[in-house]
Design a protein around this ligand. Structure first.
Ligand SMILES: Cc1ncc(COP(=O)(O)O)c(C=O)c1O
Length: 376
């Protein structure tokens, strides 16, 4: 049996008539950039978060650095984040001209460890950039408390956690801006690239609206800006898919629960940890081999069995060749948890349209491997 890692086509087929109808509406309207479909989706996306504003931009990376710029973060400023995330989190800090400061992640959730943040704060610190890694919110209450104490911005990298929530908080409620990616493999993905910033701050919203459109909010009038808009055709796809995001996340949670209940006794691996009271939306279902030396053999074993398991992210940002490429970066304190996560992570297939047979076959193969390790 072959188990794919992504189910893009299955998802398209499951709601094809809704996506096609929205796309046809755009095509027949003649409005393809900054048109009514983008406006409609932005309204729907803001409402989904219970927030005032959503601005569609070109991709999730742009959402991050446009937010930094809109908040006035740039050269000489420091932003605190983690190294066990997708590269773009740090890349966006560098694009904005700021310094990336890396602290360790929590050993259980793999999100930023709030207990490590205060020691990394200097007079130059301007923001904390927590990543809701794999689909589970970072501890935003603790992060907000630190930010308030030190007068810092909080920008959520929510590329992976649409629809997630924490214990007593929603995404967006405790930050200055939420940055989302709509690249196809995300929980809410379009057929290509896209992103958005969600915020209650009307100044941030207005600044990003100008910055994404050549510094213009009025025809022929410009200040310095960029071209980073979410196309109406992407907004059409996203508007159709947004209506199903909660049920899709429920399906992800269902498959995660099945993995967890069947793999809980596999001694060679650690399973994902869901913090009490949190809604983890399992963008990725990431196990860790207890022995990092077992990671590549397990990955190879699964791949050879036809299971398209992957790693997110096997090389932490500070371990990338050439780091930091002449950019400003600082590692604050030891970061053993981020390094352990990078060395031992394996993502099992996870998407809403998986079948029970595919999940059970994956479980069977992980258990086969685990028996082999126990016997060795
Ligand atoms: C955590 C994280 N941050 C930022 C990004 C950047 O998003 P994009 O690829 O849309 O630029 C991604 C995904 O690709 C991501 O997973």
């Amino acid at each position: 049996m072959n188990v794919p890692f992504y189910g893009h086509v299955r998802q398209y087929q499951s709601i094809q008539s809704e996506i096609d109808a929205n796309m046809r509406e755009v095509l027949e309207s003649g409005n393809y950039v900054m048109g009514p479909m983008l406006k409609r989706f932005e309204g729907e996306f803001a409402a989904y978060h219970g927030m005032k504003h959503a601005v569609g931009v070109g991709n999730g990376t742009d959402a991050l650095w446009l937010s930094f710029m809109a908040l006035g973060i740039g050269s000489g400023d420091e932003c605190i984040t983690t190294t066990n995330t997708f590269f773009a989190t740090a890349e966006a800090i560098w694009i904005a001209g700021a310094t990336a400061v890396f602290v360790d992640s929590d050993p259980k959730t793999n999100c930023i460890d709030p207990a490590r943040i205060e020691a990394a704060i200097t007079p130059k610190t301007k923001a904390i950039v927590p990543v809701h890694l794999y689909g589970q919110c970072a501890d935003m209450k603790a992060i907000r408390a630190i930010a308030d104490k030190h007068g810092l911005f909080v920008i959520e990298d929510n590329a992976q956690g649409i629809g997630a929530s924490g214990n007593g908080f929603r995404i967006g409620e405790l930050s200055d801006a939420v940055c989302t990616s709509f690249i196809i493999q995300k929980n809410l993905g379009t057929f290509g690239d896209g992103g958005a910033v969600v915020t209650n701050n009307s100044k941030v919203d207005a600044a990003i609206r100008r910055l994404r459109n050549h510094g213009s909010d009025k025809r022929s009038c410009h200040s310095m800006g960029f071209n980073s808009r979410l196309d109406d055709l992407h907004a059409a796809v996203l508007s159709a898919k947004l209506k199903h995001i909660d049920e899709c996340n429920d399906l992800r949670r269902k498959w995660a629960a099945r993995y967890t209940s069947c793999l809980k006794d596999a001694a060679g691996i650690t399973l994902p940890y869901e913090s009490p009271g949190y809604r983890h939306v399992f963008h990725l279902y990431v196990v860790e081999t207890k022995n990092p030396a077992h990671r590549d053999p397990l990955l190879d074993f699964l791949n050879k069995a036809g299971i398209d398991a992957k790693c997110h992210y096997p090389i932490a940002i500070h371990q990338q060749e050439g780091y930091p490429w002449g950019k400003q970066a600082r590692i604050a304190g030891p970061i053993p948890n981020s390094e352990r996560n990078a060395a031992s992570c394996i993502s099992l297939p996870m998407f809403p349209e998986l079948t029970a047979e595919e999940v059970d076959y994956t479980i069977e193969k992980v258990l086969d491997w685990n028996r082999g390790v126990a016997a060795a």
